[in-house]
Write a protein that binds this ligand. Sequence first.
Ligand SMILES: C[S@@+](CC[C@H](N)C(=O)[O-])C[C@H]1O[C@@H](n2cnc3c(N)ncnc32)[C@H](O)[C@@H]1O
Length: 237
Amino acid sequence: MTYSELVEAAPRGAAQFGAADLRRLPAKVLAELLASAPPAERELFEKGDLGAIGRLTKAGFWPLVYHLEPERWDALSKAEPIHPGVLAALPVDDARVLEVAAGTGRLTKHLAARARALIAVEPAAPLREMLQRRFPEVAVLDGVARELPVSKGWADVTVSCASLGPDPAILEEAERCTRRGGLHALISPGEPAWFEQHGYERLRFDPSQVKIPPHDPELEEFFGPLDPPHELLLKPL
Ligand SMILES: C[S@@+](CC[C@H](N)C(=O)[O-])C[C@H]1O[C@@H](n2cnc3c(N)ncnc32)[C@H](O)[C@@H]1O
C-alpha cells in the first residue's frame, strides 16, 4: 500500500497516537515509516507540524499497535479467529512448516498442534516475546519476510496469515525457503485477487460462519468492524 492509501485506510484508533508515540517506535521502524512518506512530509514532521503528525500516526497505525500496544493487537486477534474451513484446507499435518509474520500466535497455535516441525518468524519484539512465552516449544525467530533466517528448501509449507501482500522480494524469499514440490499458503493476504491472477488457487469461506468469541466493544471502536481471516490462497512450488 502507498503512504496515502495507508493514511486513508487507518482505523479510528489512530487518533489516540501522537508525536511522542511515533518517537517511541524502535528507530528502524520509525525510519521505515518516514521513508515511506513523501520527503515534504518528513520535513513537516521534523518541524512538529500537526497535520503531518496526524497522517504519520495513521500510516504507522499497525506498527504503533504492534510495538506500543501489543496486548491490544492480541485481543483483536483473539476476537477474529481464523475460519475453520481455512484451517481444515491447510495441508500442514506432519509437515515442516515455516510461518512468516506470526504475531502473537493466532495461526501458530494450530500449526504447533499439527506440524512435525515449526519455525515461526516475527519481527516486532513485543509480539515475538509474547509468542515465545505462549509456545516455548516452537522455534520463534526474529526476521522479516524479505530476509528469512531459514535455510534454502527447509520448509514443506511456508504460510502467513493476515500479513504481507504481493511483494516480489517476499514471494522469492518464501520460494527460497520452501522445498521443491512444497507449498506456499497465504491466509487472507493483502490483494488476494493479485495472487489468484498469479497462479494461486483461491478458496473463499463465508466469514459469517466464524464464531466470534465475546470481546470488549472498545476493540471495534478502536480497530473498526471485525474481519476474521476467511480466505486461503495456495500455490505448489
Ligand atoms: C495483522 S498481523 C498478523 C499476525 C498473525 N499472522 C496473525 O494472523 O495473528 C501482521 C504481522 O506481520 C508482521 N510484519 C509486519 N511487517 C513484516 C515484515 N516485513 N516481515 C515479516 N512480518 C512482518 C507484524 O509484526 C505482525 O505480527
